[in-house]
Design a binder for this molecule. Structure first.
Ligand code: ADP
Ligand code: MG
Length: 363
């Protein structure tokens, strides 16, 4: 996938800029706070309809402005795809997504046109933090792979919100019949989510293991990724419904739904040992990087061409050998790569170097 243009208007520190990076690797260099991550965030927003680092869209609107707009244009094997997002500070106005010049009615319609994988120092959380970040890793990837996945996820999340709201009320027979409806909807939506997550996790595991081996250079360390869920029957929806009903009484006491894909996790192991518990900082970093590279492979395989790669400050954390291996792996894709110090690039030979400071980008 080729990024022709990236346009930002009143987006974070940028008033109005257009970037037209050449093919290959573009390096974005600048001091801390110069606005490097802002550019990657803008691409992410055009791919997924949301930021990778904030849940509050208004954060991305330039201070003092009422609205922000971002737009990307990518060339794919089947032609040009343009996507864009407009954000509003006013709570009363919802963000608007655009695909090929037309307003998209749902955020899900934006996905799958321009696709990306973002690497950032926070990826270490994939190994060290709780399950939420690992579920998000899957959800961001699978939503780009299959817009239907995103729509089902939205249905699931909204049904879950309704069920949890009811669980906070006193348990009555009337409430029970309302819950029957939500349990049924939750179970129906849970099944395809879990099926795709489990299936793709298996493929990610194989791909991530190969990357881990190549980057670490250690054949004896085998990385595995396994999808962990309470729902494993062949008829997932029926099992989900049964468990939701069995747990209902308990769930009332906990004020939360205790079973379903929102509680699932990825189990990460290195040669059979839990990574969360045992990995050194270096092993954890390599594992996180391997998981992201696996996401890149999966998108490449499924879409028949590589997605955009956004590499935020990752080179400085790798030793020269690992850095070179990473650069070799991403050759052939279009990448935007940020760093504070171009000496981090050592041997990377980028196609273009952009320097950013104070909302300006210069070649
Ligand atoms: N909504 C906003 N309006 C104006 N400036 C912003 C906004 N959000 C962030 N900034 C500015 O962007 C800069 C941080 O950009 P960032 O891309 O994270 O830097 P870095 O180059 O370190 O990755 C800071 O100077 C910050 O003040
Ligand atoms: Mg940054």
């Amino acid at each position: 996938m080729r990024l022709n243009a990236l346009k930002l208007k009143n987006f974070r520190s940028y008033e109005n800029i257009t970037l037209t990076p050449p093919e290959g690797i573009t390096v974005i260099a600048g001091e801390n706070g110069a606005g490097k991550t802002n550019l990657l965030e803008a691409v992410h927003l055009c791919c997924l309809g949301r930021s990778h680092r904030t849940n509050d869209d208004a954060d991305m609107i330039m201070n003092g402005a009422e609205t922000a707009a971002v737009q990307v244009s990518v060339d794919r094997r089947d032609g040009r795809h343009d996507t864009g997002v407009r954000l509003f500070r006013s709570q009363r106005r919802k963000k608007i997504c655009y695909v090929n010049g037309k307003t998209a009615h749902r955020i899900g319609d934006l996905m799958g046109h321009a696709t990306c994988v973002i690497f950032s120092p926070e990826d270490l959380g994939l190994i060290q933090d709780g399950p939420a970040i690992r579920r998000r890793y899957l959800d961001m990837l699978l939503s780009q792979l299959q817009p239907a996945y995103f729509f089902t996820l939205q249905q699931y999340t909204s049904a879950l919100r309704q069920r949890n709201a009811l669980l906070k009320q006193p348990e009555t027979p009337q409430l029970d019949s309302q819950l029957d409806v939500w349990d049924e909807q939750l179970a129906q939506a849970a099944a395809p989510l879990i099926r795709l997550r489990a299936q793709m996790s298996e493929r990610l595991s194989t791909m991530a293991a190969a990357h881990y081996r190549a980057i670490s250079g250690r054949d004896e360390e085998v990385l595995t990724i396994r999808y962990m869920t309470q729902l494993t029957d062949s008829d997932l929806a029926a099992q989900a419904l049964r468990l939701l009903q069995e747990r209902r009484h308990d769930d009332f006491r906990r004020l939360a739904t205790s079973v379903g894909p929102h509680r699932d996790d990825l189990q990460l192991t290195l040669s059979g040992e839990s990574l969360q518990a045992y990995a050194s900082q270096g092993q954890a970093r390599t594992a996180a990087l391997s998981m992201k590279l696996a996401a890149f492979d999966l998108l490449t395989e499924e879409q028949g061409e590589p997605p955009l790669l956004l590499l935020d400050d990752v080179l400085s954390e790798l030793d020269p050998l690992r850095r070179n291996r990473l650069i070799q792996r991403i050759r052939g894709a279009q990448a935007l790569l940020t760093c504070t110090d171009v000496s981090d690039l050592n041997g990377a030979e980028p196609n273009c170097i952009l320097r950013v400071s104070g909302g300006m980008v210069t070649e």
